[in-house]
Design a protein around this ligand. Structure first.
Ligand SMILES: *[C@@H]1O[C@H](CO)[C@@H](O)[C@H](O)[C@H]1NC(C)=O
Ligand SMILES: *[C@@H]1O[C@H](CO)[C@@H](O)[C@H](O)[C@H]1NC(C)=O
Ligand SMILES: *[C@@H]1O[C@H](CO)[C@@H](O)[C@H](O)[C@H]1NC(C)=O
Length: 537
């Protein structure tokens, strides 16, 4: 008897030592994605778009917590290509993160199979190409993760769900945008906004009296948006995998790379209503509309459009502070006692990341604490795994802003596994920023204007700050986050404003301990692509 239990335990461990820690009861989902180039006119001008299985946006991934994903990406483009899974934590497997610091790109006319698990996650996420400016041509789509049937949710089950991918769009196409950036210039304002790939009148149809979950993601590459539905208040229920306090909003700001889920009940009379997305902090304001149609409606939506905020920074900061964690709600696991006592954990390290527009060799670049990131031809993760020297040096960037001219480089901070770290993003620009971390979520403990100082800590929310993966930093302001680095690997911390990222506003964090254990990090996958100095290993 005892022996049988021991054997079972042993088998469990062995299962863990295979490619990834799969649990017998966790489902497998297999996808084959063919990535091709197509010609479409989302804003009325024909341009190249990147299609996945002939779709723009790409097909949604509908999954359940702990599902194992096997996604064979067949790259039929003439360029190297990678997809990253924005907000999927890739527990123990930064190998699957799909950014150039962790993966060699999939060569043209070739394929590579991602294998990862939606470990302990629920919520609203997305995927998109991480290479070059490919995102500006498409290749993005939704990732929706439902809770397991045994886990209760802190709101009444909605009757239906709608996925809303909203974001800015350039008519110029990704290659022209890349050329502009390569020549040392910045990009102009985008030409418009799209909802699910459509500029006008994308229609969501629901029944009167029923409640729907709208999963809304800002898939844009350079602007924040405000989202609202005519005559229909929205109850915020989830932010990037965290159940938040259920506040009601007339309109909500969603910054580049962020996702929210809201409940909307169809209580008005049977007709059509405008859904509006408009840009924030831009001149001019770009606006697009979709339609919420009540089943049986014969009446088109009527003007005026519901009004939203435009330039008001204070409004947005105030709203952001109302987005807080529900301390008693479940997420992917039960939470019977309530938890999230992050406010009582000791901060062992503070990083203050000042980032600035710089000029290097006569060209526009962006730098973080004096380093403007350039992808080495050998992915950092491979260089590290195979001990290849000369690709990057750990901790060569300072934890605090430095003076002196910026240089090109590969910035990698060394973080000890399980360290609890405070990161302050200091924005000296007059434009809004958006920062994303791969591999972990973080608590957004504070926003403030001006320069961050030690005194700014007095204003931190140490009780119920939201835990998310992407955060905005207001113009000439700071944002502070706290992260428990419990996921060993090489993780990208980047601007979600893609032109800025392309020009160097990103870095990597190597989360590490010296104990080699498959319980903390999976081995290099057997199908890993090798490139650069790792080519013949
Ligand atoms: C490429 O796709 C084929 C099936 O079309 C598959 O058998 C093979 O494993 C894939 N290669 C990689 C590296 O994933
Ligand atoms: C918080 O979650 C609990 C479930 O644990 C739920 O009953 C409650 O309504 C939620 N509170 C708010 C304000 O969202
Ligand atoms: C990087 O710096 C941190 C903080 O000073 C330190 O804990 C860590 O050991 C350093 N890593 C390396 C490899 O120097």
């Amino acid at each position: 008897m005892r022996r049988a239990i021991f054997l079972q335990f042993l088998l469990g461990i062995l299962a863990c030592f295979s490619v990834f820690c799969a649990n017998a009861e966790d489902a497998y989902r297999y996808y084959t994605w063919v990535v091709t180039e197509g010609i479409q006119a989302p804003l009325g001008v024909y341009q190249r778009v990147i299609l996945i299985n002939n779709q723009f946006p790409g097909p949604p991934i509908e999954a359940v917590t702990n599902d194992n994903m096997v996604i064979n990406v067949i790259n039929q483009l003439d360029e190297p290509f990678l997809i990253t899974w924005h907000g999927i934590k890739q527990r123990r497997t930064s190998w699957q993160d799909g950014v150039l610091g962790t993966n060699c790109p999939i060569p043209p006319h070739s394929n590579w199979t991602y294998k990862f698990q939606m470990k302990d996650q629920i919520g609203t996420y997305m995927y998109y190409p991480s290479t070059l400016m490919h995102r500006a041509a498409g290749g993005f789509g939704a990732i929706n993760i439902q809770q397991r049937s045994v886990i209760s949710i802190p709101y009444p089950a909605p009757y239906g769900e709608f996925t809303v991918l909203v974001g800015d769009w350039y008519k110029a196409g990704d290659k022209a945008l890349q050329k502009t950036l390569d020549s040392g210039l910045g990009l102009p304002l985008p030409d418009g906004l799209l909802i699910n790939g459509v500029h006008q009148s994308y229609t969501f149809t629901g029944q009167k009296g029923k409640t729907y979950k709208f999963r809304i993601t800002n898939v844009g590459i350079s602007t924040s948006i405000n989202f609202r539905i005519q005559g229909h208040p929205m109850t915020l229920i989830e932010v990037e995998g965290s159940h938040c306090l259920q506040e009601v909003y007339e309109s909500i700001d969603i910054h580049a790379g962020q996702s929210v889920a809201v409940l909307v009940t169809l209580l008005a009379s049977i007709k059509d209503y405008y859904i509006v997305a408009s840009t924030r902090f831009t001149k001019p304001i770009l606006t697009t509309t979709g339609i919420l149609r009540y089943e049986g409606s014969n009446t088109p939506a009527s003007l005026p459009l519901p009004i939203g905020p435009t330039y008001q920074v204070h409004w947005s900061m105030k709203q952001a502070r109302t987005i807080r964690l529900n301390l008693t709600a479940n997420a992917a696991r039960p939470n019977p006692q309530g938890s999230f006592h992050y406010g009582s954990i000791n901060v062992v390290r503070t990083l203050v990341l000042a980032n600035e527009k710089v000029n290097i060799n006569g060209k526009l670049r962006y730098a973080v604490n004096g380093i403007s990131y350039v992808d080495p031809t050998t992915p950092l993760k491979l260089a590290d795994w195979f001990n290849i020297p000369g690709v990057f040096t750990l901790n060569s960037t300072k934890d605090f802003p430095t003076s002196g001219p910026a240089v090109l480089g590969a910035c990698v901070f060394g973080i000890n596994l399980h360290d609890f770290v405070e990161i302050v993003f200091q924005n000296s620009e007059k434009t809004i920023q958006s920062w994303h971390l791969d591999g972990s979520s973080f608590y957004v403990v504070g926003y403030g204007s001006g320069e961050w100082t030690i005194d700014s800590r007095k204003s931190y929310n140490l009780a119920d700050a939201i835990s998310r993966h992407t955060v905005q930093v207001y113009p000439t302001s700071w944002t502070a986050i706290m992260v428990s680095f419990d996921n060993k690997g090489m993780w990208n911390l980047r601007s979600q404003l893609w032109p800025d990222r392309y020009l160097g506003k990103q870095l990597y964090l190597k989360v590490w301990d010296n104990e080699k254990s498959l319980f903390t990090e999976a081995d290099i996958p057997p199908n890993a692509l090798l490139c650069g100095k790792a080519t013949n290993l």
